[in-house]
Design a protein around this ligand. Sequence first.
Ligand SMILES: [Zn+2]
Length: 886
Amino acid sequence: MSAPVVTDLHGFRLERLRPLPVLGGSLGEYRHASGARLLHVAAPDESSTLSVSFRTPPVSDAGHPHVLEHLVLMGSRRFPARDAFQAWQRWQLLDYLNASTTRDWTAFTASGTVPGDLLGTLEFLLDAAFHPLLEDAAFRQEAWRALPDGSLGGVILNEMRGALAHPARRLREATGAALFPDSAYAWASGGTPQALPDLGVQDVRDYHARYYVPANLTVFAYGSLPLPEITRRVASALRDLPTGEAAPAPRPVTGGLPELTVTHPRSAQTLLAWALPAGLSPLEVQGLNVLGLALLGHPDAPLHRVARSLGGALADGSGLHADTAQPVLAAGVAADVNAGALLGALLETLSVPLGEAEVRSALGRYTLSALDTQHHGFPYGVGLSFDVLGAAHHGHDPLPHTLSGTVQALHDLPDLPGFLADLARRCVTGNPHRSVIRLRVAPDLEARRAPAGAAPAEDRTPVPAGPAPVRAALRDRVSLPPTPALHVGEVLGVPAYSARVPGALTQFSLTRDLPTPGARLDWLPAYLHLLPRSPLGQALTREVQALGATWSVNADTTHDPLDPARVTLSVTLNVRGLSARMPGVTAALGRAWMSLDPVPPGAAALLRERAACLRTLLPSQAAPLGMLRAARAVNPGFAVRDACDGTTSFDLLDAAAAHPALQETLRALHAALWGRADLRAVVVADAPAGTLGGALRPLLSGLPLTASGTLPALNAPASCPDLPGAAALAWPTVPFTHPDAAAVTVLGRALQDALHGPVRAQGGAYAVTVRALPEAGVLLAVSARDPQPERTLDVFRAAARHLPDLDGDTLEAARLGAARQALPLRSHAMQARQAALDAHFGFSPHRAAFLRALLSVTADDVTRAAALLTPPSPPAPVPAATLGVS
Ligand SMILES: [Zn+2]
């Protein structure tokens, strides 16, 4: 971040700039002459996030903010189609696009790695927010309408009926009403089925005119998009708009209702909630988070025990909540109990100081989660947007305290248990701002009928399909993420790849590649299940967690890029934790790994239990298990995956449980797996790559150099259980390096769209997935919750015939889907690990060629690939393996 700081960008003046060392970036706060705010978190992350948000306090239970949130995405000045949102989403390469109505603000948020798509989406969202059509027909479709029988329908009406069927949601709304009467928090921002029909389209238009104004706008940006590209678009959207007024921040509330009772048809619960005082310091807020984890974070935590002692589980809504301007701490019991008894039990428990070990363990877990800036299947910037925007809309400092050093200040406190005890006294036990919220069992009020005079408004206006937006060619929008520079070194004889990535975490993996098939593969499912439950596993979990780290051991398979039937099985120890404390973690691992027992007492019973449990889960897992079985039938390499994750693993668990030498064999396997001579390592952290391998030394020096000996074979007859309600078919395709591998991947996406209709028409499966796995050289089709698997299989067998003509838009949509699949959301650490894997298994030189081919696949290429799906003329055997059991 050495670029000069620009203090005025298109009318956005910089008001404050603060570093965020954990991200290797900064938070800049900008203000526009209209009053609009821009909160910019600069960070070296290609996955960027943009959010357009407004403060939207509800004014009743009629759901103004929620209905408006739906309607603004249903057509605007520049994008007038009623399905504008879906049409827009279909053509963008984004990892996230969604709208959310919180208790008192509304956000429209997008995240992705393609700058043009994200900036275009910002323009789309700004036009939607400031120039929505807010049509009467859209209102009737979304909010509520009279049905011919006099009842009421509507998307949001049904959505809220569903939401409020959950006891947790009723308790949440009631908690706001009890603790913060006469404020916006007393109303349900989503609307209630009883009050929604009081809303009219003009009310929504008035609400829009009042709150969706420049002065009430806060834009959030995270990542590496150029800031002037953002400010230029926002400033241009604000030009010529009346500025309006910002909705005032929530006023502090000092007292609530002593008790509030609401009803639910089936659930009785009793909850005690405290509104925490306004104006807590960052250190106090972080301390409360740790306190919450220590009190509630695991099934044996003190407040869980209180609930059990009162005769129930912990009530819904128990925990620390930050969705109101003053955070709320709540705890209770899922039963109708005497409020005085609950209060007495809670006060007594809260007045007992927590032990040092409990507090350190909670602080370790909290610190790891607070400083974890990776994407875990969900863009990090989206989660951050909720923290930053929540603080901003509540009138607090938007600086994310977790990233600015406050957590470290907790670690440095001389007496953390004493600090938390004092906090509990000031904020909870001695805090009179509390309410009892009761959920009593009683039938719901009768659903409202259409108001007299409301003509049945069956909406017959056809929904105009939005045209595909003007867009650049896919090949100009997509590129491979930059590969992190890998350093190749060696620690105690173990080859180690390392890469420098920003952040406060160190992640490393130690991997052992195993020959397959073989006895080691057969014993692996038992080993992997028992290790975390063993004395070794349990000691590590305790020690490593208190140091702010996690560990796991997993098995993976990798296909050969030139021959997908050749598979390598790898067993990997994965560790991630706070860099500052990593020496302690690796020392603990090195001490324990070979000295503690990797097999728990009662191992055989645990394995039998596991196998039985997996068999009872079969019906819900039929689709993925069937996919594996079908893949195995056309590519023998999948036998390895099936032994680890498929139905074969059930048989192996049973056979291991019955083996007379179970314990000794697993100990021998443990020793054989972790001999230093056969390991390889990957380390990523924010330090010069050449120095990173050293972090592994304390662990590696605790491992033996080699281990010898053979394992007994495991005789596990295949039970091949039925897989009900799923049909799966696999076709062998081409190796990853083949020129047609990209066309096969696009074919998979095209078939995914094309087969849905015919499968539905045949039997009505709940879901159909078609996917090419280019690295594994197969194309798979699978159905789930399928009442007619045999009929679905007929459709799959004839898949090539269902392939539509791939003209312009259809082909583009398939290529877009294939590009999304080839470029999953990955953090820098994950990219570095992928690069190390690619280098090890020989994929590196082929990734770029594959992506280039993907972006230029033609209709002819796809047709040629589809020929792979056609069985050769009889009597040659059909290459496709089938599976279908109802
Ligand atoms: Zn909704």
